[in-house]
Write a protein that binds this ligand. Structure first.
Ligand code: ZN
Ligand code: ZN
Length: 160
Protein backbone atom coordinates (compact mmCIF):
# COMPACT_ATOMS: atom_id res chain seq x y z
CA UNK A 1 0.00 0.00 0.00
CA UNK A 2 1.11 3.52 -0.68
CA UNK A 3 1.64 5.64 2.39
CA UNK A 4 -1.26 8.02 2.87
CA UNK A 5 -0.71 11.76 3.19
CA UNK A 6 -1.46 11.83 6.90
CA UNK A 7 0.87 8.94 7.77
CA UNK A 8 3.99 9.58 9.83
CA UNK A 9 6.88 11.03 7.85
CA UNK A 10 9.38 8.45 6.69
CA UNK A 11 13.04 8.90 7.76
CA UNK A 12 14.11 6.81 4.77
CA UNK A 13 12.21 9.02 2.34
CA UNK A 14 13.56 12.16 4.00
CA UNK A 15 17.09 10.80 3.70
CA UNK A 16 16.72 10.15 -0.04
CA UNK A 17 15.20 13.57 -0.67
CA UNK A 18 18.04 15.14 1.32
CA UNK A 19 20.54 13.20 -0.76
CA UNK A 20 18.98 14.45 -3.99
CA UNK A 21 19.34 18.02 -2.77
CA UNK A 22 22.95 17.47 -1.71
CA UNK A 23 23.75 16.26 -5.20
CA UNK A 24 22.03 19.31 -6.68
CA UNK A 25 19.43 17.03 -8.24
CA UNK A 26 15.94 18.45 -8.56
CA UNK A 27 13.25 16.97 -6.34
CA UNK A 28 10.57 16.91 -9.03
CA UNK A 29 6.96 15.86 -8.51
CA UNK A 30 7.65 12.69 -10.49
CA UNK A 31 10.81 11.77 -8.56
CA UNK A 32 9.09 12.39 -5.25
CA UNK A 33 6.05 10.36 -6.32
CA UNK A 34 8.25 7.42 -7.35
CA UNK A 35 10.16 7.54 -4.06
CA UNK A 36 6.93 7.69 -2.08
CA UNK A 37 5.48 4.71 -3.91
CA UNK A 38 8.62 2.64 -3.28
CA UNK A 39 8.99 3.80 0.30
CA UNK A 40 5.40 2.87 1.09
CA UNK A 41 5.56 -0.77 0.04
CA UNK A 42 7.54 -3.97 0.33
CA UNK A 43 5.83 -5.30 -2.79
CA UNK A 44 7.75 -6.09 -5.97
CA UNK A 45 6.38 -3.48 -8.34
CA UNK A 46 7.27 -3.18 -12.00
CA UNK A 47 7.60 0.15 -13.81
CA UNK A 48 3.97 0.12 -15.01
CA UNK A 49 2.66 -0.47 -11.49
CA UNK A 50 4.88 2.27 -10.08
CA UNK A 51 3.71 4.66 -12.82
CA UNK A 52 0.06 3.85 -12.11
CA UNK A 53 0.44 4.47 -8.37
CA UNK A 54 2.52 7.61 -8.87
CA UNK A 55 -0.09 8.96 -11.28
CA UNK A 56 -2.84 8.22 -8.77
CA UNK A 57 -0.92 10.08 -6.06
CA UNK A 58 -0.03 13.02 -8.32
CA UNK A 59 -2.80 13.51 -10.87
CA UNK A 60 -1.65 14.88 -14.21
CA UNK A 61 1.73 13.19 -13.99
CA UNK A 62 2.62 11.72 -17.38
CA UNK A 63 3.77 8.11 -17.43
CA UNK A 64 6.82 8.91 -19.54
CA UNK A 65 7.90 11.40 -16.90
CA UNK A 66 7.59 8.74 -14.22
CA UNK A 67 9.69 6.30 -16.27
CA UNK A 68 12.37 8.94 -16.74
CA UNK A 69 12.34 9.67 -13.00
CA UNK A 70 12.69 5.95 -12.26
CA UNK A 71 15.63 5.64 -14.65
CA UNK A 72 17.39 8.67 -13.21
CA UNK A 73 16.89 7.50 -9.61
CA UNK A 74 18.43 4.20 -10.67
CA UNK A 75 21.44 5.98 -12.15
CA UNK A 76 21.79 7.86 -8.87
CA UNK A 77 21.71 4.48 -7.05
CA UNK A 78 18.74 5.52 -4.97
CA UNK A 79 16.59 2.83 -6.55
CA UNK A 80 17.69 -0.71 -7.32
CA UNK A 81 16.09 -2.98 -9.87
CA UNK A 82 15.86 -6.73 -10.14
CA UNK A 83 15.10 -8.78 -13.23
CA UNK A 84 12.49 -11.40 -12.48
CA UNK A 85 10.67 -13.82 -14.76
CA UNK A 86 11.11 -13.05 -18.47
CA UNK A 87 11.12 -9.34 -19.26
CA UNK A 88 9.74 -8.17 -15.91
CA UNK A 89 11.81 -5.84 -13.75
CA UNK A 90 10.88 -4.83 -10.21
CA UNK A 91 12.13 -1.90 -8.17
CA UNK A 92 13.09 -1.20 -4.57
CA UNK A 93 14.25 1.87 -2.75
CA UNK A 94 17.94 1.56 -2.02
CA UNK A 95 19.08 1.51 1.59
CA UNK A 96 20.03 5.00 2.63
CA UNK A 97 21.38 6.36 5.86
CA UNK A 98 22.19 2.99 7.38
CA UNK A 99 25.34 0.89 7.46
CA UNK A 100 23.52 -1.87 5.61
CA UNK A 101 24.86 -2.43 2.13
CA UNK A 102 22.88 -1.41 -0.89
CA UNK A 103 20.60 -4.23 -1.97
CA UNK A 104 19.96 -5.24 1.61
CA UNK A 105 17.95 -8.15 0.37
CA UNK A 106 18.16 -10.26 -2.70
CA UNK A 107 15.61 -12.43 -4.46
CA UNK A 108 14.70 -16.01 -5.15
CA UNK A 109 12.10 -16.80 -7.77
CA UNK A 110 10.19 -20.03 -8.29
CA UNK A 111 10.15 -21.02 -11.97
CA UNK A 112 6.97 -23.00 -11.38
CA UNK A 113 4.63 -20.50 -9.66
CA UNK A 114 6.74 -17.31 -10.22
CA UNK A 115 6.62 -16.31 -6.55
CA UNK A 116 9.41 -13.89 -5.59
CA UNK A 117 10.97 -14.42 -2.16
CA UNK A 118 13.20 -11.90 -0.36
CA UNK A 119 16.31 -13.28 1.34
CA UNK A 120 19.01 -11.43 3.32
CA UNK A 121 21.79 -10.29 0.99
CA UNK A 122 24.46 -11.67 3.29
CA UNK A 123 23.39 -15.21 2.39
CA UNK A 124 25.39 -14.66 -0.81
CA UNK A 125 28.42 -12.97 0.75
CA UNK A 126 30.53 -16.17 0.90
CA UNK A 127 29.85 -16.80 -2.79
CA UNK A 128 30.52 -13.15 -3.64
CA UNK A 129 33.89 -13.08 -1.88
CA UNK A 130 34.95 -16.38 -3.39
CA UNK A 131 34.14 -15.21 -6.92
CA UNK A 132 35.96 -11.95 -6.29
CA UNK A 133 39.04 -13.75 -4.94
CA UNK A 134 39.16 -16.61 -7.43
CA UNK A 135 37.91 -14.96 -10.62
CA UNK A 136 38.17 -11.25 -9.85
CA UNK A 137 34.46 -11.03 -10.72
CA UNK A 138 32.15 -8.87 -8.65
CA UNK A 139 28.59 -10.18 -8.65
CA UNK A 140 25.58 -7.88 -8.18
CA UNK A 141 23.15 -10.23 -6.41
CA UNK A 142 20.40 -7.60 -6.21
CA UNK A 143 20.33 -7.35 -9.99
CA UNK A 144 18.66 -10.67 -10.77
CA UNK A 145 16.63 -13.29 -8.93
CA UNK A 146 18.10 -16.74 -8.35
CA UNK A 147 15.83 -19.29 -10.01
CA UNK A 148 14.61 -22.52 -8.46
CA UNK A 149 11.53 -24.26 -7.12
CA UNK A 150 9.74 -23.17 -3.96
CA UNK A 151 8.75 -25.48 -1.12
CA UNK A 152 5.06 -25.46 -2.03
CA UNK A 153 5.70 -26.39 -5.67
CA UNK A 154 8.18 -29.11 -4.72
CA UNK A 155 5.61 -30.57 -2.32
CA UNK A 156 3.00 -30.58 -5.10
CA UNK A 157 5.40 -32.12 -7.60
CA UNK A 158 6.33 -34.97 -5.28
CA UNK A 159 2.67 -35.78 -4.60
CA UNK A 160 1.35 -38.30 -7.14
ZN1 ZN B 1 6.51 -22.24 -6.59
ZN1 ZN C 1 12.45 -7.64 -2.78
Amino acid sequence: MTRSADAAPSPRLDAVVQMLRERAERVTVARRAVLEVLDGTEEHLNADEIAARAAAAAPGLHRATVYRALTRLGELEMVTHTHVGGAATVYHLSVIGTDVERGQHTHLQCTSCSVVIDIPADVLHPLASRLLNDLDFRIAPEHAALLGTCAACRATESTP
